[in-house]
Design a protein around this ligand. Structure first.
Ligand SMILES: [Zn+2]
Length: 118
């Protein structure tokens, strides 16, 4: 009973806090529009191709990361029981906003303080 209640509370907390959650999509190409608060996981023939999500800094860029082990660089994706993704290693945009962060259990952990936007 307590475990059940804890599970419900954790799900509510994940939803309330706006954690990123995984949306699995069949195919190898990201959809044109990425739903808010979703990390789109592209899967084709049981092969994980890539993930895509909107940059958490607010710049609006879509970040696509390859999951294929033969690709370089590539990331590994794990998903917890609430559907929240963790990516390894960190994500570091080399262009545009140059955001550098980790994605852990659906939450963004910034590598360094973000400059204030005006
Ligand atoms: Zn950005």
């Amino acid at each position: 009973m307590i475990a059940w209640l804890q599970d419900v509370l954790e799900r509510l907390a994940a939803w309330w806090c706006g954690d990123l959650r995984v949306l699995c999509v069949e195919g190898d190409t990201l959809p044109l529009k990425i739903p808010q608060k979703r990390l789109v996981h592209m899967v084709e023939d049981d092969v994980s191709w890539s993930v895509g999500f909107t940059c958490p800094c607010g710049c609006g860029d879509v970040i696509e990361l390859l999951l294929l082990r033969i690709a370089e660089p590539h990331w590994s994706l794990s998903v917890d029981r609430f559907g929240r993704p963790t990516l390894h290693p960190s994500i570091w945009k080399k262009t545009g906003c140059k955001s550098h962060f980790w994605l852990r259990s659906g939450r963004v952990v910034w590598a360094e303080p973000q400059p204030k936007r005006i």
